[in-house]
Design a protein around this ligand. Structure first.
Ligand code: 2PG
Length: 214
């Protein structure tokens, strides 16, 4: 029988970004000053974790966060990965959604093209294949994925075996940590969600609607 070991998946939404500038060819904003501070503090928080790699999405806000985190970690490789990017992991139809929240959720999703659906679904499946489950071999593995709000929701949903649509309604604060443990022979454990103890009060809960900040 092939040996398998435990994976610890650390998920972080990028640091606070500058306001969006839309337009053709825009790859989205980079980090604000707050976002840079959050990223450095996230890196310091993770210094003692034996991370094997930092995976990050290709957009500037995720790439900059990963670079600033990486500077605090020493020799941990940074790997850009489209599966860690910003996309819609699953676009449910009305029939899959609870009747009392379907209107709100469908409004939030807005118009989504067929191409966007297929692209998101393919990347969401890749993210599950690449980042979840126990690892081969005998050595436990710790990995960080610096990503966007939607993928954190998607992987928490997956860990809890919740229906595909249920990534909706999950949000992440900027530079907050969510950690999932995948041990052989056990269901995945969501160890922590939106952990921000590495951030001072004034840098917590950015990226969250005010009424969600507790
Ligand atoms: O656009 C958003 O609301 C989210 C989606 O994942 O992205 P980000 O985490 O980059 O803000």
């Amino acid at each position: 029988m092939t040996a398998s070991a435990t994976r610890y998946l650390y998920l972080a939404r990028h640091g606070e970004a500058l306001p969006e500038q839309s337009g053709p060819g825009q790859s989205g904003p980079g980090l604000s000053e707050n976002g840079r501070r959050q990223a450095v503090l996230l890196g310091r928080r993770l210094r003692d974790v034996p991370l094997a790699a930092v995976h990050h999405g290709p957009l500037p806000r995720a790439a900059q966060t990963a670079r600033l985190v990486g500077e605090q970690l020493g020799a941990v490789p940074l790997r850009v990965d489209e599966a860690a990017g910003d996309y819609l992991p699953c676009v449910p139809g009305r029939a899959e959604l609870p009747a009392d929240s379907a209107d709100l959720l469908l409004d939030f999703l807005g118009e989504v093209s067929q191409a966007e659906r297929e692209h998101g679904a393919a990347l969401a499946a890749e993210a599950i294949a690449r980042f979840t489950g126990p690892v081969a071999g005998e050595v436990d593995r710790h990995e960080l994925v610096v990503t966007h709000a939607f993928l954190v929701g998607w992987l928490v949903r997956h860990a809890l075996d919740a229906p595909d649509w249920r990534w909706l309604g999950h949000n992440s604060a900027n530079a907050a940590l969510t950690v999932i443990r995948y041990a052989p022979g056990r269901p995945a454990t969501v160890i922590t969600v939106n952990d921000q103890r590495h951030l001072p009060t004034e840098l917590r809960w950015t990226g969250f609607p005010p009424e969600w900040q507790i």
